[in-house]
Write a protein that binds this ligand. Sequence first.
Ligand SMILES: [Zn+2]
Length: 318
Amino acid sequence: MQSQCILSIQTPLGPPVEIIRHTFLPAQSAKPAKRVSLVAGLHGDELEGLYICHRLMETLKNLEEQNAFKGEVHIYPAVNPQALETGTRLWPFFSVDINRTFGETNALSLVTEASRTLLEDLKSNSDLVVDFHASNLPLMELPQIRIIKDFEKKLVPLAKLCNVDLVWVHPHAEIFESTLGYNLNQAKVPTLVIESGICLRIHKNYCDQIILGILNLLRQTGTIDSGEPLAEVAPPRLVQPDYVAMIQAQNAGLFVKQAEVGQMLKEGDKIGDLIGPDQVREEIRSPCFGLLFTLREHPLTGKGAPLARIATEKPFKP
Ligand SMILES: [Zn+2]
């Protein structure tokens, strides 16, 4: 494994801001079969990607000793180092979401310099990218890959190899245009965005599941070949845009859950209670049959806030 610093910026206080890339290369210098890059930590409070990269690097070091690399693997485990140091979603001092600055050409700042450097480095080193995210603080997510409808044809077959519970194809929205995933896909570098768990925590089961999926992806794309039989990977549930029921709070209050993500729900099954300031209790029940894949964890709930998402069997009309 070789490690290289792709960006280093001296700060007025303390050590420089550095983004490091770790690279595994094939033993022979022949043209590599495939170049796969794994990116984690765009949001500094999402720790599962960092843990997944750590675990994968251990495994890949062993595979390197067995000369198992046919292609290249590049790992960028902490691409927003200052946010990671403070455990915050946003880049501190500027309060900027780095994953809303990709593809920007006019605004010049430390954050855009980092996002531009990362994007260019990924474009020149990758045939395929996986971008790891955990959920934000309010919501727990079942391991899933989210795909913008325009990129569905190319990405769904790759997403099926990753051992996630579901692959959610959703419509395009303008807000995605400044993300890393969108810009790489636009530049014809297929990029999968994995979302799982919740920020500031590590869900070991989910991480184990995704690690198995990434090793399967590396094997199936011919990037590594250890000669051992492939581990069994479960096919995900493919969810099209009309097949998601979103439940939002009708009132502000405290949400107390009574279900867990991954549960199959029937119409009328209880998901939780929303307790209002006047002690009125609103029972939150499933409007349909389906798989509960998003669930509110943070009790403090504003009016209109998301409480749950359910992958349905039939097109859902609220
Ligand atoms: Zn994120």
